[in-house]
Design a binder for this molecule. Structure first.
Ligand SMILES: [Zn+2]
Length: 587
């Protein structure tokens, strides 16, 4: 039977909004939490292993039901964002889950506080829960007394959190005025996005100039907020919590060793030339003598070829099967069980995602399939996510989700498998070009741009502590861009204000490198696959099957990958280098 565009069925979760099953799930969680609150008295350092394990199992059982409730509400809302029942249920589940979390918080607090010897004794008896338990304790050496933690929490509400809220309030009310088709339009930042990525070169320039004009006009106040956030980060994480550097506080959250991140950023710095070649190539495609910074996200004329949904699905399955038949079978299961929502409907959420609910259930996947070559790549990407979590089904609800640094492994790898297959078989140059440009565009935006943001953040944190002014920080940012782009494109002066327009570096310092880490990791694994062929496959499947049951560095080390080695990261850049080489061959 051919596969057709379809809406998913959520029956595997709950029959409907008014179903008794849904109400009874809420009741069940309520009951389980009441009984969980009863274990509070039993918690003591000498607790027996089997009793402890019972407590963890009970908390896992509750989290499974909460996860199904979350998924049902969230997926219903994604399927129809105008559906009031879905909106109401989402709000209800969120409130319910927050209260449940507060009532069970005592367990993780007790666990974090427990002495090392007893903690080891209990972890040794915890089987698959081990890493989940270990992770809760990671911050123990950087945790202060309860009274101090309380003061920090309270002061954060009116301190750094308030500054971040203020940053959002100020920047979200900006109105950008851009002339479109002879008429001045007033746009939000979201509304500028299609212009920045649009086909009209003049409009791209005007959109960027207006964006940076508005942010630049407020740079002194936004920059002052940034300086305060940085000082707060330093006071809390270095002075009080004794982290060795500003970035290592974030690294511990990601459970990645400091040296691995340093190595990654150094290697990125040595590979800017690959993207310089790419920007020169892009200029030729756009019939420009030199690319401007405004044109980095300009679209390349796209192929007219459309893929029927059934053909696309089979292409993806074939590409997966060429690697391992199990991967293809798992991907098929998502479609066969009605867990894929592929059609375009009014009110449905944009974009694409894969949502893992519990280890044994096939994930739900949302696409907005339009038949373009890149839509086929997105299908391979999201089904890759789904396969990743299905391969980890042997783990608990706490440990089957891959951790952040490994989260994009199967998805990007799946996309690469498909691209390889299409490049090998597709004779239509426009299709080949479309796919290759998508790969390198993504690689630029996730790897190089984010690495340079992280490098800038490191520098800015240092500068602020040495009392640098906002203008000095902006000048340093401009130098950072100059290093990144070389002379491959024209960089106009107003880009020195770009940094005050990046919410991530205000909200979550050093978060950005995780994007580069994940993407580059996959490319490097792919390089190993190309070099080693079949012998690589069991190692790769082992990485995926581990889910989130061990530290990322450990999972990768078991598969023979050393994330502290520069050679490993260089392998990822070599893949991008080859993709750019392929593009250079196309006329
Ligand atoms: Zn993804």
């Amino acid at each position: 039977m051919p596969y057709a565009l379809a809406k998913w069925s959520l029956r595997d979760l709950f029959p409907g909004f008014d179903s008794p099953e849904l109400q009874s799930a809420f009741d069940q969680v309520e009951e389980q939490i009441m009984s969980f609150e009863g274990v509070r008295a039993k918690l003591n350092p000498e607790i027996a292993e089997d009793q402890f394990l019972e407590v963890v199992r009970a908390s896992e059982a509750t989290s499974r039901i909460v996860s199904k409730l979350h998924a049902f509400a969230g997926l219903s809302f994604a399927a129809d964002t105008q559906d009031q029942a879905a909106q109401t249920l989402t709000a209800r589940v969120e409130q319910f889950a927050a209260e449940a979390q507060n009532r069970t918080l005592f367990f993780s607090l007790w666990w974090k506080d427990l002495d090392e010897q007893n903690a080891q004794r209990l972890m040794n008896a915890s089987g698959d829960y081990r890493y989940y338990l270990e992770e809760i304790r990671h911050f123990k050496p950087h945790t202060l007394s309860e009274a101090e933690e309380k003061v920090i929490n309270l002061k954060n509400v009116t301190g750094s959190n308030a500054l971040i809220t203020l940053y959002d309030s100020i920047t979200n009310r900006y109105v950008f005025k851009v002339e479109v088709d002879g008429r001045v339009r007033e746009l939000t930042r979201g509304g500028l996005q299609p212009l920045v990525q649009g086909p009209d070169a003049e409009l791209r320039a005007r959109a960027y100039q207006e964006l940076l004009r508005i942010f630049g006009a407020d740079a002194s106040i936004l920059g002052q907020m940034y300086q305060t956030i940085v000082r707060d980060w330093h006071n809390e994480n270095l002075s009080l919590r004794k982290f060795s550097s500003p970035i290592s506080a974030r690294n511990l959250g990601n459970d990645i060793p400091d040296e691995a991140v340093d190595t990654l950023l150094n290697v990125a710095r040595k590979n800017t030339k690959i993207f310089h070649r790419y920007f020169k190539l892009k200029a030729r495609q756009l019939h420009m003598t030199k690319l401007r910074r405004y044109d980095v996200y300009a679209p390349i004329a796209r192929s007219q070829k459309a893929f029927e949904f059934d053909d696309a699905a089979r292409l993806v399955f074939d590409a997966f099967a060429a690697f391992d038949s199990r991967i293809a079978q798992l991907a098929r299961r998502v479609l066969d069980q009605g867990h894929l929502d592929s059609e375009i409907r009014k009110g449905k959420r944009d974009g694409a995602f894969s949502w893992s609910v519990t280890p044994e259930m096939a994930p739900y996947v949302l696409l907005n399939y339009q038949g373009r070559p890149r839509d086929v790549a997105v299908m391979a990407h999201e089904l890759g996510h789904a396969v990743h979590s299905m391969l980890a089904e042997g783990h608990s609800a706490f440990t089957f989700h891959s951790s952040l640094p490994l989260a994009e492994t199967a998805s990007t790898f799946g996309e690469m498998m498909l691209t390889d297959k299409l490049l090998a078989e597709e004779s239509d140059e426009a299709v080949r070009r479309d796919l290759l440009f998508k790969q390198v565009d993504d690689a630029y935006a996730t790897i190089m741009r984010q690495s340079y943001f992280a490098l800038f953040e490191q520098q800015a944190h240092e500068m602020v502590l040495k009392n640098a002014s906002v203008d000095e920080i902006s000048a340093a940012y401009f130098e950072n861009l100059r290093e990144q782009f070389g002379d491959s494109l024209e960089l106009s002066d107003e880009f020195k204000w770009e940094w005050v327009s990046i919410p991530h570096i205000f909200h979550t310092p050093f978060y950005v490198y995780a994007y580069a880490f994940g993407q580059l990791l996959v490319l490097s694994l792919y390089q190993q696959y190309k070099a080693e062929g079949d012998s690589f496959k069991p190692r790769y499947l082992k990485i995926l099957s581990a889910g989130g049951s061990q530290a990322p560095a450990k999972i990768l080390a078991d598969a023979g990958v050393d994330i502290r080695s520069a050679g490993f990261w260089q392998g990822g850049f070599d893949v991008v280098d080859q993709l750019v080489g392929e593009l250079e061959k196309l006329r």
